[in-house]
Design a protein around this ligand. Structure first.
Ligand code: PRP
Length: 200
């Protein structure tokens, strides 16, 4: 069996049905861009995204915001066990500029437990922005364990394990245009192997 066929078979074991098509996502991105444009007219809007997943959404979103925006990127490391983040976060690349007096909008691909965004909110609030709000493409509030207020939400999702449009499976498939479910058998196998690993 040649290498490409093997890869395709493997891919079929991982990527399941489309949850949000490329068209669904692009429609939502335009809607959010228009709303943000209306809300921030006359303000000094700075969009901040977090590597890695958030940047796909960010780069699409900014092209539908009809304002003179500024842009900055942060990189953070979260310490989690398997699928769960612990809320222990470390900045590995900080913002390039101060944010004091700016209207700041954090752009995320997904907010899950809310631990990462809570850390970011605390960190950025301490730098005196004029305002600080959140825009996320996906909101999985069934797993939320922090109290956060999200100004802009693209789609609400349930417990589904997902991949594509910035979201990865073992660092791959971020470049898919649609958001797909992960095949449940693959997820179960992963969870089993985490449980059996030396961490426990
Ligand atoms: C994802 C996402 C958020 C975080 C949300 O990033 O981009 O930053 O998880 O999870 P939480 O609400 O439970 O804290 P991830 O850590 O997977 O890194 P990545 O963007 O590099 O994929």
């Amino acid at each position: 069996m040649n290498e490409q066929i093997k890869r395709n078979l493997l891919r079929n074991d991982i990527i399941g049905k489309v949850l949000f098509s490329s068209e669904d996502i692009q429609k939502k991105v335009i809607e959010l861009g228009n709303k943000i444009t209306e809300d921030y007219i006359g303000k000094d809007l700075l969009l901040i995204s977090v590597l890695r997943g958030g940047i796909i959404f960010l780069t699409d979103l900014i092209r539908h915001i009809d304002l003179e925006i500024c842009l900055d990127i942060m990189s953070i490391s979260t310490y989690g066990i398997g699928e769960s983040s612990t809320g222990v976060v470390r900045i590995t690349k900080d913002l390039e500029e101060p944010i004091e007096g700016m209207d700041v909008l954090i752009v995320e691909d997904i907010i899950d437990t809310g631990l990462t965004i809570s850390y970011l909110m605390r960190t950025l609030k301490a730098r005196y922005p004029k305002s600080l709000e959140i825009c996320t493409l996906l909101d999985r509030n069934v797993r939320r364990i922090t109290d956060i207020k999200i100004k802009y939400v693209g789609f609400n999702i349930g417990e589904n394990y997902i991949v594509g449009y910035g979201l990865d499976y073992k660092q791959k498939f971020r470049n898919l245009n649609a958001i797909h479910e992960l095949k449940i058998d693959t997820v179960k196998k992963d969870i089993e192997s985490i449980k059996n690993s030396s961490i426990f």
